[in-house]
Design a binder for this molecule. Structure first.
Ligand code: FE
Ligand code: CA
Length: 530
């Protein structure tokens, strides 16, 4: 983890952002504010933050928490009384926000409180890193500004030492205009320690008025694809207006990573995408409960990170976009070429790959989970008839995949489980050490979560990918077109996953049911039950 940056470092690295931060829940000192004010060329009284009277609710985007440590958590909000306006309905001035953390939902037994500044350079978002909390317990929090108070959110710190159980959902792909979010409605209602978001939190596409189950009537800016910072902000704000997404964030801490659509479809580490990345990463940071170490610098935003849950689980949350090479055999569905096996092609970049392997080697946890975006198990599209693969997934980077899976085999990594997003379909897979070797052992299980809403109630992928599944006996379960989430209960002896499926996403009130349950047994790699 990077050490916290001083305001000075922050300002010199991000000259165009020029926004000092409250760190670690410490009250901003007059000294640091004076420094910040001079650096951002603002008169001091303005930099102290005004306390305006808000005519509309400034907390229209809700609250969120994330990235639990054993002694703290990140709290997030963004002041935006008019979320569908580029400025959120805020004047371009810093605003003081107060925050409180309590042991009870009535906010009487306060344990921490402080002040933060919502800076216009960060779209009046607030990220507070609270520390000094007890490990492994529930907390409640809220923000206030002027006379306005946010809803009370519920969150949780990570436990230390021996842990017997962890409950978390993992989710992906929530295209706003293709469906409502009944999955989030249920996640918000149910007990969870964590929610893990595996990417495609937003999509870059323009939104047509009147089209899709939400029948939107949006300002004209929404019709265009996201490209500028303002347009990416609008997309995040629009998604965040969904009441079920807000409820899920309010109810549980999230650990969020991205896939491609937060920026643009199927992008890679190629500099071609740097300007889109610069705008998209900034808006992503502004709208999610991320730590200071993830503040973007231009097109770079360090987001891969580890989450530890006592001695039970370690999550290595991967970023398979920012550092990947262009797919050696071309983009999209294409025949595999000999270059695919050249070692220089990378999915996560050499530095992150070393970090992942070090995490796995050094982990003391009983279960080693990998939060991943794109399918890691092989999906042979045509069996012996040809060599056709989808190159945006790990199938486009087989050498990079085999480095990791063979490492799991060689180092006897304890209970690796890959949780994956992206596909808009559900899979339960045995991950093989080497798909080039038909006798290769299973080294891990992979579970691909269905989309929350993407592809809507259409039946598209079942008819297309369904006939390919028999070529891939390690794919133990496949469903093409149902929407929902996966809810995991991790115990010392086994992992159980409920396949939580909405009857439809054309209706926010649609029923959500557990249609089947998957399991992995400790000490036995691969899918034990489906
Ligand atoms: Fe998606
Ligand atoms: Ca084939």
């Amino acid at each position: 983890m990077m050490p916290a940056m001083s305001s000075l470092e922050l300002d010199t690295r991000l000259t165009d952002l020029a926004a000092p931060k409250t760190r670690r829940g410490v009250l901003i000192s007059a000294g640091s504010l004076a420094l910040a004010a001079s650096l951002s060329r603002l008169p001091l009284d303005v930099a102290y933050g005004s306390t305006p009277r808000h005519r509309k609710d400034p907390f229209a985007l809700g609250v969120a928490s994330g990235d639990p440590h054993t002694d703290g958590i990140v709290l997030w909000t963004r002041l935006a009384p008019e979320p569908l306006r580029a400025d959120g309905g805020m004047e371009p001035r810093p605003v003081e926000v107060r925050w409180e953390v309590a042991k009870d939902p009535g906010m009487r037994r306060l344990v921490r409180r402080g002040r933060a500044t919502a800076w216009p350079a960060f779209a009046h978002s607030v990220h507070v890193e609270v520390d000094g909390l007890e490990d492994g317990r529930e907390y409640f929090y809220r923000f206030t500004t002027g006379a306005a108070a946010s809803p009370v959110g519920c969150t949780r710190t990570a436990p230390r030492g021996r842990v017997d159980e962890l409950t978390f959902s993992f989710v992906t792909c929530q295209k706003w205009d293709e469906g409502f979010y009944p999955a989030y409605r249920e996640i918000a209602r149910e007990d969870h320690d964590l929610v893990i978001h595996l990417g495609d939190y937003t999509y870059e596409y323009g939104i047509a008025n009147g089209v899709g189950p939400r029948k939107p009537q949006l300002p004209p800016e929404f019709a265009t694809e996201t490209d500028t910072l303002e347009r990416y902000r609008l997309q995040h704000a629009l998604y965040k207006t969904d009441p079920h997404l807000q409820a899920a964030h309010r109810a549980h801490p999230f650990v969020v990573i991205w896939d491609d659509h937060e920026v643009v479809n199927d992008y890679t580490g190629d500099p071609f995408w740097f300007s889109r990345r610069t705008n998209a990463y900034r808006a992503f940071y502004e709208h999610l409960p991320l730590r200071e170490e993830s503040i973007p610098r231009g097109p770079d935003m360090p987001i891969y990170r580890k989450v530890t849950w006592g001695d039970l689980a370690e999550f290595s949350m991967l970023d398979t976009r920012q550092y990947r090479s262009n797919p050696p055999c071309g983009f999209g569905e294409a025949d595999r070429c000999p270059e695919a096996f050249e070692p220089e092609h990378t999915m996560v970049g050499p530095k992150q790959e070393r970090w992942l392997l070090d995490n796995l080697r050094r982990s003391d946890a009983r279960w080693n989970l990998i939060g991943n975006q794109v399918l890691i198990a092989e999906l042979d599209h045509d069996g012996d008839a040809g060599d056709l693969f989808w190159n945006d997934s790990w199938d486009g980077y087989p050498a990079a995949r085999t480095r990791i899976t063979k490492f799991m085999q060689r180092e006897r990594i304890r209970n690796p489980v890959v949780i994956t997003g992206d596909w808009h379909s559900t899979f339960a897979n045995d991950v093989k050490a080497d798909y080039e070797d038909p006798r290769s052992p299973t080294v891990a299980a992979e579970f691909v979560a269905p989309s929350i809403s993407s592809n809507g109630d259409e039946e598209i992928y079942g008819p297309y990918y369904g006939p390919m599944i028999p070529f891939n006996p390690h794919i133990r379960f496949f469903d093409g077109d149902r929407r929902g989430s996966m809810k995991a209960r991790l115990k010392r002896s086994h992992l159980e996953i409920d396949w939580r499926i909405a009857d439809r996403v054309g209706d926010p009130n649609a029923r959500v049911r557990t249609l089947c349950r998957f399991a992995v047994e400790s000490g036995r790699p691969g899918v034990a039950q489906y």
